[in-house]
Design a protein around this ligand. Structure first.
Ligand SMILES: [Zn+2]
Length: 593
């Protein structure tokens, strides 16, 4: 077949090109539909992923505290902004009201419309927050409130100071504890905005924290929030800031050296320091004005400070111990019974030991003698324990069972430092380097999820056998720690008596706060002299013979007072082991405080 006509060729060519274009169209159609399918698939995957995000991702809300600081009155105004992210579930945010002195003023949504009152149940506020919503909770927080030994927080014309725990409503999760829980994020973020009176400055920095963990939030609750007219002290150690109220007397070199020496002492003891530590020395209280403690956390302390009082230096040192330790060991385990007595015992032990690090002139002026302080502490322990065995005879490892705040106070600040001293002294006699128990705690801080840190520390520094004796006798039982060598450091009879009257007053105030009729038994110097003069005529046996002999040899005035107490009990016909002995002793007397 040769010689096709032109028309035929055209036709063929047309047909060919038609069929080409058809197949091109078909291919384009395929491509188009493939593209649609791919896009549809991607959209479906995205939609699935998005719904999975909505179903499975649950981001925590962020909390912004907008705080208006006044220069008068006693309360702050706080607007808490709770932002629940889009990728989070609709949730009831629960905020612990606890014993905070807070009054809710309003609860609004982002449009400023009321969302209804938050539900209050058993000290917890519940607020419903939807996905992607922002809720504004406005409340007043009383911060200048009377506490046990002075004011907690203060607002004056020149400054305002408070601790985070007073002012901030925080999620209830921040207060609960289970092993490992303190490593989790507890909020999406926490940040602050402060609105101050004219001429005031924010003294303590407060940076935002993204995904804060337990230790970050604990620090916020404990730290001082300080605003006002303050002057920064120059010459402080790197990492340490110090402030006094503007207009106050300039800080002496001795005080500056004192701050720096405590800072150096703890840096060396703990082996590290907080990122920044601020000491804000509030004016010493005048006549009729109370002491103020406006917070003490890992970043700051703000408290009334009288440079001429040994007790104020000890308190500063105690708070610095906590700051340095909490920075090095940012875990909850040390803050939970049955580890808290051991932790507070270390803080109080080192509060005393650190006094030796103060400048010589200050030590002389304040009449500081570490051993004498320990002897006075041991006197206090013996006096209260023997007078009130039922109230104070708790084995430390049963800390969880103690109900009365007074008994916990006694365990933490009187019994516990003596048990830490006994552990330290026993270890030293075995040739173990000083402060080994503390270093063991710092170096292993992240591994303690159990509540028996004191056992582990004792085994570490004393070895298994001696640790067993130590733990069984003093931690699981209530044997008197044999610190009788402190006899060599007893001060004058008058100073011994002052110490005993002090502990009666401090512990008695705690008891009085729950029972007005609790008799505080303070003794005059004349009564002490009478008790000593009449000791041989009125002798009674109120202890085992062995302990009795040791006690009389250790401190005669202390022994004479206790003998006199039990002699009078015998005269009144009250049994020595009567749990109400103290009440019955003073039932018919009026000369008690
Ligand atoms: Zn403490």
């Amino acid at each position: 077949m040769s010689g096709l006509s032109g028309a035929g060729v055209d036709y063929m060519a047309k047909n060919k090109s038609k069929s080409k274009s058809k197949s091109k169209n078909r291919r384009q159609g395929f491509r188009l539909s493939a593209r649609v399918i791919i896009i549809a698939c991607i959209a479906a995957v995205l939609a699935l992923a998005l719904s999975a995000c909505f179903i499975f991702i649950d981001k925590l809300p962020g909390y912004i505290y907008n705080v208006t600081i006044p220069d008068t009155g006693s309360a702050l105004i706080v607007t808490l902004e709770i932002s629940n992210p889009l990728f989070s579930k609709t949730r009831a945010v629960s905020l612990l009201l606890g014993d905070k002195d807070i009054v809710i003023a309003a609860c609004n949504n982002a449009a400023g419309r009321p969302t209804g009152d938050p539900l209050l149940d058993d000290g917890v506020l519940y607020i419903m927050t939807g996905r992607g919503s922002t809720t504004y909770l406005t409340y007043t927080a009383e911060v200048a409130t009377p506490g046990k030994h002075g004011n907690r927080g203060d607002i004056s014309g020149d400054y305002a100071v408070f601790d985070g725990e007073q002012a901030l409503l925080l999620p209830t999760d921040c207060y609960s504890y289970k092993p490992g829980f303190d490593r989790a994020s507890l909020m999406g973020e926490v940040r602050f905005a402060f609105y101050l009176p004219d001429g005031w400055e924010q003294i303590t920095p407060r940076d935002p924290v993204v995904k804060p963990q337990w230790s970050d939030i604990y620090a916020i609750t404990q730290d001082a929030f300080v605003f006002g007219k303050f002057t920064k002290v120059s010459g402080t150690a790197p990492g340490l800031d110090a402030y006094f109220l503007s207009g106050a007397d300039p800080v002496s070199t001795e005080v500056l050296d004192g701050f720096n020496s405590l800072y150096t002492y703890y840096s060396q003891l703990i082996g590290s320091a907080p990122e920044l530590y601020s000491i804000i020395a509030l004016p010493k209280p005048g006549a009729g004005t109370p002491q103020v403690i406006g917070g003490a956390g890992r970043g700051s302390v703000a408290a009334s400070f009288n440079q001429d009082l040994r007790r104020d230096w000890q308190l500063l040192s105690h708070r610095m111990f906590h700051a340095f330790f909490d920075s090095a060991v940012p875990f909850a385990s040390f803050h939970m019974a049955t580890n808290t007595w051991f932790y507070e015992g270390m803080a109080t032990y080192y509060e005393n030991m650190s006094m030796d690090a103060l400048p010589g002139s200050l030590k002389t002026r304040l009449d500081i003698d570490v051993n004498r302080q320990m002897a006075l502490l041991f006197n206090n322990y013996l006096y209260m324990r023997i007078k009130d065995t039922a109230a104070f005879g708790f084995p430390p490892m049963r800390e969880d069972d103690i109900q009365a705040d007074a008994a916990i106070e006694f365990l933490h600040y009187t019994t516990a430092p003596l048990l830490v001293k006994l552990l330290e002294d026993t270890a030293r006699k075995k040739g173990v380097p000083p402060d080994s128990a503390l270093r063991f705690c710092v170096n292993n801080g992240d591994s303690f999820d159990e509540r028996f840190i004191a056992f582990e520390a004792a085994i570490e520094v004393l070895g298994e056998d001696d640790a067993q004796i130590y733990c069984e006798s003093y931690l699981l039982s209530i044997d008197v720690p044999p610190l009788w060598d402190l006899k060599a450091y007893q001060p004058s009879d008058k100073d011994i008596l002052d110490g005993l009257n002090d502990i009666e007053y401090v512990i008695g105030s705690w008891f009085k706060s729950i029972d007005e009729s609790y008799p505080i038994d303070t003794v005059t110097y004349e009564q002490l002299q009478d008790a000593m003069a009449n000791l041989n005529n009125n002798r009674v046996l109120f202890l085992s013979v062995g302990t009795s002999v040791k006690l009389e040899d250790y401190c005669l005035p202390l022994y004479a007072l206790l003998n006199d107490y039990y002699y009078r009990a015998k005269q009144k016909g009250i049994s020595y082991d009567d749990p109400d002995l103290r009440y019955k002793m003073f039932a018919d007397e009026t000369n008690i405080e």
